[in-house]
Design a protein around this ligand. Structure first.
Ligand code: SAM
Length: 287
């Protein structure tokens, strides 16, 4: 079963990624794909277990949708793909035979919680950045500049230039990205175990697409990719198999305000007072 929702250049497909990629997306039609699949590490996606019988089974499944993603990319398209640290080497070896891997990115985050006591806890997730044609792809480096710490803070002079000049205070980011994970108290938080931060998708979308481009995310979760695509005037297609997460997408992208008769609204978190309660308290204090 597959269901499609569409508004103002943003499409949500409620269904299986492989089926939707095969049946709903034209070949060579997508400018940018961001794929953040289940990692085969036992997360719980609204009851759907993120665990395959064996590593081989997981990889066989991944190779199917990786092939489809490659097929759907335009000749000048870019592909960013994530998976767990232990599976990424397989993705890398598989993809480097089919695409050009331009960067092996480390998304690093700190954590105050104890990660592990008898080994080194995991504080990063790998991202591969690949293109179909290494001589023809979008990379808007000027749109993603970050502070160059040495140049900006220490005001060093570069004597290698014909006339000595102060180091440039801005630079294109390297391949280690320090971006905090989405925490419960952050405004962007949604009820999903592996929601990716807006800041992570902002960098990817600004660098590797232009206004009006089509961005595809085959495992949308909370639809961060589509949400950011919309903010930056790109078009989006998001696929997701879990209905609860499709509802988050419909709300976040303002495609629908209700679903099967249910009003789509963000559930208040434990530290937030529900609107109705606030109103009751207000009425009470006015009496
Ligand atoms: C790692 S999460 C993606 C999180 C997302 N990037 C975000 O920012 O919220 C993977 C998602 O894939 C969905 N999923 C699992 N199997 C799927 C399938 N066969 N087809 C489509 N989506 C699937 C899960 O429900 C989960 O929401």
């Amino acid at each position: 079963m597959m269901k499609k929702f569409e508004k103002n250049g943003h499409t949500i497909i409620f269904g299986d990624a492989i089926e939707a990629l095969s049946r709903e997306i034209a070949d060579n039609s997508i400018n940018l794909i961001f794929a953040d699949p289940p990692y085969n590490i036992g997360k719980n996606f609204n009851g759907r277990k993120d665990k395959w019988e064996s590593d081989e089974d997981y990889l066989d499944w991944c190779y199917q949708w990786l092939d489809l993603c490659i097929k759907k990319l335009k000749p000048n398209g870019s592909f960013y793909v994530m998976t767990s640290t232990q599976n990424m080497p397989y993705f890398d070896i598989y993809l480097r035979k089919r695409l050009t891997v331009l960067s092996r990115i480390i998304w690093y985050y700190d954590s105050s919680g104890v990660q592990a006591k008898k080994y080194y806890g995991s504080l990063y997730e790998p991202i591969l950045f690949c293109v179909k044609d290494k001589n023809n792809y979008t990379f808007n480096s000027e749109d993603i500049l970050v502070e160059a710490k040495t140049g900006a803070i220490r005001k060093l002079i570069d004597y290698r230039k014909p006339a000595p000049t102060v180091y440039n205070p801005k630079k294109v980011p390297g391949n280690v990205w320090e971006i905090p994970r989405v925490r419960y108290r952050m405004d962007e938080y949604e009820n999903h175990p592996t929601q990716k931060p807006i800041a992570l998708l902002e960098r990817i979308i600004k660098a590797s697409s232009n206004e009006g481009d089509i961005i595809l995310d085959p495992f949308s979760g909370t639809f961060t990719t589509s949400f950011v695509a919309k903010q930056y005037k790109r078009k989006s297609i998001g696929i997701e198999i879990e209905e609860e997460y499709v509802k988050i997408g419909l709300r976040r992208l303002q495609i629908a305000s209700e679903y099967n008769g249910q009003i789509l609204k963000k559930e208040p978190r434990s530290f937030e007072t529900p609107i109705d309660e606030k109103q009751i308290m207000l009425n009470f204090s006015e009496e």
